[in-house]
Design a protein around this ligand. Sequence first.
Ligand SMILES: C[S@@+](CC[C@H](N)C(=O)[O-])C[C@H]1O[C@@H](n2cnc3c(N)ncnc32)[C@H](O)[C@@H]1O
Length: 469
Amino acid sequence: MYYETIIIKDTIQNAQKALSEHKDSIIESGNAFVFVRTEYDENFDVQNDFFDVIEFGNKLGLSYINTIVVPTAKRIEAELPDNVLYIVWFAKNREKMFFNKDSMRETHIWKNVEWGKREKNYNPKGKDPGNVWIPTKDDGKGNITEHILMDLPAIINRLFACGHQENHKTLFISNNSKDSELCNENIQFIHFINEIKPSFPTKQKMQMASENAIHYQTGLFAKVIWGTSENMSEIKNETVDLVVTSPPYWNLKDYFKKGQIGQESYPEYLERMNSVWKECYQKLKESGSLWININIRVKNNKPVLLPKDFINQCKKTGFYYKGILIWHKSSGIPTNDKNIVDRHEYVLVFSKGKDLTINEKIYSFADYKNKIINGGLFWNINRKAGSVGKHYIHPAIYPNDLVSRIVRSCTEENQIVLDPFLGSGTTLIASISANRNCYGYEYNEGFKSLIQNRIQNDVTLTSDFTLTI
Ligand SMILES: C[S@@+](CC[C@H](N)C(=O)[O-])C[C@H]1O[C@@H](n2cnc3c(N)ncnc32)[C@H](O)[C@@H]1O
């Protein structure tokens, strides 16, 4: 029997097994969708994640297309409250794949609002679908009234519709026999018996940010150090409370200075990044954490699994891997007809000590008009218009709000934040605004006046504040 679509819903290792067993029954133009959740061990460290599935499918010879993320009502109460369902999407053959994009378009909230009154990009069939599935209801005047939590039948329907061609069938393989209720004459069901038990912790555990943080000084500092963060000898070991950063991708953007990280071969790039993570580890206190904003790239039709390589490096360095935060962006780069728009990036979270130190602010960001979605691992944060591109002379600025939330959720006033890839200074701005000290390393001094301008425009410095640029 051949299928146009297979859908697998299981634990990560079982899902991989099912994928390798059934991939040959997908027709050449067919697709596979693998539903998984992050799996944790009893110390709440991540054991398996969806990156493993991408790596596995790629090795099987399937073409990686995208990863869709959907919030779930059920949370895994690890140290970070995990409400993310990952749907890893492969095509049997990228060139021949069938995908009916129109079947999953959502209505424009309001043409004039959504498209800034530009007719050009307005599509009467609905807006370009993205890879974060949180549909909205609206009041007809451009205002969202509700964010919708999709349930399993709605998700299966969407996947069925986008891949359906005449005279072919979908195969749904699940470890839950009740899921057979979602099937009909077009969707065949296989109950895949769990051989490998899933590992989900049940009890919540949270290491609170220290209440009696040492207030060792009244004056705060922000210091930019010009040079490579492969060696951060200017900072004393075990003094930093938080490292938050968006590193240069490999072979993607040019930050205009010879010797920068990102332009060398992939193995050399990884080696240099490894030195940076090792330095971060040295500089962090035992209670400190490391938050890395990163995404998967697809180059020459193959996924470049930078996040997985960073995870392996950080674990080897001694960090504990605690989870993945989803930065949901409303804007996204339009893709071709055979794909959906990238509307999210990841933030990988690591702790130096066994437990992650965060405070209750992490639950307080009310980004969605739906209480069930808020307080989990989805953060809906828009970039300020113009923050990438012509108004600023830095090509990859991350939003203030993203860093600011991390800084406030992981540190107390007067503690120390470090960004090994400071760029235009976003981490510095977020730290100053929150009364935290900050060190930032940046390789290209050309960004000095940009950082100075941002400090002048975005923050007010008190008289006992020491700024070194
Ligand atoms: C993705 S950007 C960071 C952007 C930053 N988050 C912001 O909001 O502006 C990466 C930065 O790393 C810098 N960089 C590249 N190699 C470096 C190195 N060896 N040491 C320190 N910075 C480096 C680049 O110049 C670039 O500004």
